[in-house]
Design a protein around this ligand. Structure first.
Ligand SMILES: NC(=O)c1ccc[n+]([C@@H]2O[C@H](COP(=O)([O-])OP(=O)(O)OC[C@H]3O[C@@H](n4cnc5c(N)ncnc54)[C@H](OP(=O)(O)O)[C@@H]3O)[C@@H](O)[C@H]2O)c1
Length: 245
């Protein structure tokens, strides 16, 4: 990267949605892209990456701080920062259907990836968010993190991890408006997207309601193009429609 680079950054770059977003931005050719992922190998299949710098990260505070320091010393101007990391199920656990299925280890893992990791990322990137011109920060949340929209229950850990993420993003929006009023924070629901995360749970989803990753990326790109730096957190879906808290 050269001095005073403008840069779009995607964390969780190997996610189906993040990968599609990177491909879309790469095709648009507007500015360089930094793709942060646990393993650089995991994004080798997303196609032509000539405008993409890939950074492997273990998402520890030390690693993220070192990355932020490098970006700061290059006087990076972050234009868009999107955090795509998330889990719904993992080794030995699935989303809970009932209270009796709550398991501490599983709950910890879901909160670690869905809530704590995105906030570690944003905490490390805080100096950049404060100094960049009109940075747009989006974390992939989910409609099921809405208390008002929760009419069926279940999925205790996933729902709650996204609700907690939303609260932390609200705190971030309040903090950023005081130091960088040009910044905007978005808690984003991408719709139900055909990805490894949703694959085991698609049986009840009609084909018309299931977005492909490239459609999800187009929608995300479009919503991020239209948000306004109003000092508030926007909790919106892929159509740009607000979601009740
Ligand atoms: N698909 C849907 O229908 C849907 C609906 C609502 C919300 N969302 C949200 O959208 C986001 C992207 O989802 P997706 O469907 O594209 O999922 P995906 O393809 O399964 O990707 C999830 C990504 O999260 C990161 N990740 C997974 N486990 C991790 C761990 N233990 N530690 C650190 N990072 C980990 C990985 O990125 P790296 O290895 O590259 O870091 C992985 O590629 C998630 O936050 C999800 O909750 C998805």
């Amino acid at each position: 990267m050269s001095d005073t680079d403008e840069l779009d950054i995607v964390f969780g770059a190997s996610s189906a949605i993040g990968g599609a977003l990177i491909q879309r931005w790469q095709r648009q050719g507007r500015r360089p892209i930094l793709a942060v992922t646990r393993s650089a190998n995991s994004i080798s299949d997303i196609g032509d990456l000539n405008r993409v710098q890939v950074e492997a990260s273990d998402y520890t505070e030390a690693d993220l701080s070192a990355l932020a320091a490098r970006l700061m010393s290059a006087q990076t101007n972050v234009t868009r920062l999107v955090v795509c990391n998330g889990v719904l199920q993992g080794a030995g656990y699935r989303p809970e259907r009932a209270l009796a299925q709550i398991d501490s280890a599983a709950m910890n893992e879901v909160f670690e990836v869905n809530t704590f990791l995105p906030m570690r990322v944003l905490s490390a990137m805080a100096p950049l968010l404060k100094t960049s011109a009109a940075p747009i920060v989006a974390a992939l949340s989910a409609r099921v993190g809405s208390l008002g929209d929760n009419r069926r229950g279940g999925w205790y850990s996933y729902r709650s991890s996204k609700a907690a993420l939303n609260m932390m993003l609200q705190c971030l929006a309040h903090e950023l408006v005081r130091v960088n009023p040009s910044a905007k924070v978005v808690a984003y629901h991408p719709g139900t997207v055909d990805t490894p995360l949703s694959k085991p749970f698609q049986a009840a989803v009609s084909p018309e309601a299931l977005l492909q990753p490239d459609q999800a990326a187009e929608a995300l790109d479009s919503v991020l193009s239209q948000v306004v730096a109003d000092g508030a957190l926007s909790y919106v879906d892929w159509r740009g429609q607000p979601i009740p808290w």
